[in-house]
Design a protein around this ligand. Structure first.
Ligand SMILES: NC(=O)c1ccc[n+]([C@@H]2O[C@H](COP(=O)([O-])OP(=O)(O)OC[C@H]3O[C@@H](n4cnc5c(N)ncnc54)[C@H](O)[C@@H]3O)[C@@H](O)[C@H]2O)c1
Length: 247
């Protein structure tokens, strides 16, 4: 029997990129995947079904309690991946800037999706969790490096680490495990907007494993954190960055 057979895993922002790779990973392990995103996820569902997996799409905005409540309504779940983020728009060339030029509106936009969105999605998911459920929050390796141009993004993703630890303690007596992952720059379609060469150059300059990180490299580790094999891990932050930063 497949390791996640009979389980339902929700992936926020699962229509593309790393979220889609996570959805495919857990579907291959037998889970039913519920993809929620502000953009249409029907192509993602088709891709999973064509590969023999089980998936559905429910439109949902992590910044809205009402929207997330509707996504989880009458649904029991075994896993939640807080993957949705305001990330792709930042990677459009010209959009990154020094923090002194970031407006309060731009800062709050990033925080509302990447930080408040994790809070809202998780809070609304709690009544739906089966005993033994797992949560994986996606932070970012940028928080270890203070990468210039990413001030608001770094603030939002550093908060995710703190929330992970707090959630792990508060949800432990419900037997829910909560971990976070910090990917390095990953060759998702969002990052590729900044140029494939740039990702390869970054790999060669700062990683000790000198190849570009692929969405599947990140999804494989998240798949482990969602599995029963990581049953004694909670409140942890796992770094998947080709040995860029030791943590
Ligand atoms: N790609 C990288 O280099 C990298 C590195 C470290 C961390 N991350 C993180 O990994 C995750 C996935 O990254 P990606 O490269 O696939 O990015 P992406 O921007 O392609 O994917 C984000 C997804 O979230 C969805 N989304 C945006 N706002 C939403 C909202 N309000 N409600 C619901 N869904 C929403 C988008 O539609 C998209 O499908 C993000 O959390 C990102 O911050 C990415």
């Amino acid at each position: 029997m497949k390791s996640l057979a009979g389980e339902t895993i929700v992936v926020t922002g699962g229509s593309q990129g790393i979220g889609l790779a996570i959805a495919k990973n857990v579907a291959a392990k037998g889970a039913h995947v519920l993809i929620t995103d502000i953009q249409d996820g029907s192509d993602a569902v088709k891709e999973i079904e064509d590969a023999g997996g089980s998936a559905e799409f429910r439109k949902g905005d992590v910044t809205s309690e009402e929207s997330m409540r509707a996504v989880f309504k009458d649904t029991k779940i075994d896993g939640l991946v807080n993957n949705a983020a305001y990330f792709a728009p930042l990677m459009i060339p010209g959009n990154l800037k020094p923090f002194t030029e970031i407006t309060v509106e731009e800062f709050e936009k990033v925080m509302s999706v990447n930080t408040t969105g994790v809070f809202i999605a998780t809070k609304e998911a709690v009544p739906s969790f089966n005993e033994g459920a797992r949560i994986v929050n996606i932070s970012s390796g940028t928080i270890m490096k203070g990468t210039p141009g990413f001030f608001h993004y770094i603030a939002s993703k550093a908060a995710v680490v703190g929330m992970t630890r707090s959630m792990a303690k508060e949800l432990a007596d419900k037997k829910i495990r909560v971990n976070a992952i910090m990917p390095g720059l990953t060759a998702s379609p969002a990052s590729l907007q900044a140029g494939e060469d740039r990702i390869q150059q970054r790999a060669e300059a700062s990683q000790i494993i000198k190849r570009a990180i692929q969405p599947e490299d990140v999804a494989n580790v998240i798949g482990f954190l969602l599995s029963h094999e990581s049953g004694m891990m909670t409140g942890q932050v796992v770094n998947v960055d080709g040995g860029n930063v030791f943590y």
